[in-house]
Design a protein around this ligand. Structure first.
Ligand code: FE2
Ligand code: FE2
Length: 483
């Protein structure tokens, strides 16, 4: 049987476009892993709503011109599949010591450990976010939002499958063990937490969810872009397809935060409030004040910056040299793609001051990717700020300085203001609550998190979307809640 790579085979238990039907060993390994995955989904996936019909998209093809179809599905019946972007003919390794050599279809022996580690780290983030978001269905501000949450959740589940496929197909017994471990760790668990900090934090409310999908899923986008450059072709193809799904997650975040802002400025206008920093007055309207939105942004942005690791890193250099992990838009960069003699400016702490220091570009790859990330983040902020200025308010959301609130890298041992001014411990302790969400802020936001499940209705603190999903209207029944 020669199947068309563009279309997905749904005849096997595990939908795929990698010809699993003829790859008995891997099919068996995946089928063996499947029950544990379903158990995990039932234990750690969305709380409630598992018997509800959700209007979800499922990939039926990897053709970028049309790859998804929408239909009502119960989440446990979602067809989590293995989908790789089509193989590029004669693809060459686009960077590193093997620059210009044919891309690998198998993992080179000397890079096995390094490659496996990167795949496991990426894989670990996927189920982690589902775990972090599992309580949110119960307080969804509308059926539309609930559906988007569940869409993100099932796709993160699929991304786990994507990484597990690579582990089981290409890494033998070690890979199978790692695949099991991915189901064993739990977000926030004291004994066996997820691997990265931001994925052990709580996602206590819907504003956090929107910030998470905007900022933390965007870290995922940057990582996937770098891995999509990989000389290991199956990894590259896997990541390329994941990116098409990931775009929706960030859309949910950007429009989610935008709709919160929209509702806030509308409510302030209606009430005749001129000062957006008059928090008590704004909160009396049942909407989230802009200074609190800024604090949430500060938190999620800085947690996400930590995901890029240390600014200067030999691991990053090794992964690049080896041809495993490239740069954002590697093939569009005009240079030697080996970084033999180039430098890159890195923000560092030098004699108690924040300075830019030129470092070998090879070891500064994390910093570079993080800079690319920050630039990507700015775009949404511009749109959010436009909503505020259009409503006539003089208030701007800003990304905090990279030295602010960091747990990893150059600035982890110092305190800085969101403007990047270094301050002492005492000042930090006193001012922290002005910059990061306090317990009171959290309690206020929680008080707004009342479920709205009537068709076409939206909670008081968020505006309806401008357009629905799959060209459906805002008052479409996105989730048929089973009672
Ligand atoms: Fe993902
Ligand atoms: Fe995502």
């Amino acid at each position: 049987m020669n199947m068309n790579i563009m279309n997905v085979d749904y005849s096997t238990k595990i939908p795929n476009n990698v010809n699993l039907a003829e790859d008995r060993q891997v099919l068996k390994a995946l089928e063996g892993w499947h029950p544990g995955y379903v158990d995990w989904w039932n234990d750690m996936g969305p709380e409630g709503f598992q018997q509800s019909l959700v209007y979800l998209r499922t990939a039926y093809s990897v053709d970028p011109r049309g790859w998804a179809k929408f239909d009502y599905v119960k989440m446990p019946d979602y067809r989590w599949g293995i989908l790789l972007a089509p193989q590029e003919e004669d693809r060459k390794i686009p960077f590193g010591e093997h620059y210009g050599e044919p891309a690998w279809q198998e993992v080179p022996g000397e890079y096995r450990a390094l490659m496996r580690r990167l795949i496991v780290i990426q894989g670990d983030t996927e189920p982690a976010s589902v775990e972090q978001q599992r309580h949110l269905g119960k307080t969804a501000p509308s059926l539309y939002d609930m559906r988007n949450l569940f869409q993100v959740n099932v796709e993160e589940g699929r991304h786990l499958w994507a990484m597990v496929y690579l582990l089981q197909k290409y890494f033998g017994r070690d890979g199978r063990e790692e695949a099991d471990e991915l189901l064993r760790r739990r977000s926030g668990d004291a004994d066996s937490p997820r691997m990265l900090g931001a994925f052990n934090e709580k996602t206590p409310d819907w504003l956090s969810f929107f910030m998470f999908t905007y900022f933390t899923d965007r870290d995922g986008k940057m990582q996937l872009h770098s891995l999509a450059q990989s000389g290991f072709d199956p990894l590259s193809r896997t990541c390329r397809f994941m990116l098409t799904e990931e775009a929706h997650h960030m859309f949910v975040g950007e429009t989610g935060v935008g709709r919160v802002i929209q509702r806030t400025v509308e409510a302030m206008r209606e009430a005749g409030i001129d000062d957006p920093t008059d928090i008590a007055k704004v909160r009396a309207l049942g909407v989230i004040d802009l200074p609190t939105i800024q604090k949430k942004l500060n938190l999620h942005y800085t947690l996400s910056l930590d995901l890029f690791g240390s600014e200067v890193s030999t691991n990053a250099a090794n992964a690049f040299n080896a041809g495993i992990k490239g740069r954002y838009h590697e093939t569009q960069i005009q240079d030697d793609h080996q970084l033999k003699n180039s430098t890159y400016p890195v923000l560092k702490l030098v004699d108690g001051e924040i300075k830019r220091v030129d470092e070998p570009a090879l070891t500064a790859l994390n910093m570079r990717l993080r800079d690319d990330y920050s630039q990507d983040c700015v775009k949404g902020l511009l749109r959010w700020n436009k909503i505020i200025t259009t409503a006539g308010y003089d208030f701007q959301l800003k990304l905090p300085h990279t030295a602010f609130h960091r747990a990893i890298g150059e600035f982890k041992d110092v305190h800085a203001t969101p403007d990047g001014i270094l301050i002492d411990e005492g000042t930090w302790a006193k001012r922290k609550g002005d910059w990061l969400p306090s317990a009171d802020d959290g309690a206020y936001i929680s008080s707004l998190m009342k479920p709205v499940t009537e068709i076409g209705e939206y909670a008081s603190w968020i505006a309806p979307p401008k357009v629905g999903i799959d060209n459906k209207p805002g008052d479409f029944e996105y989730v048929k809640i089973e009672t």
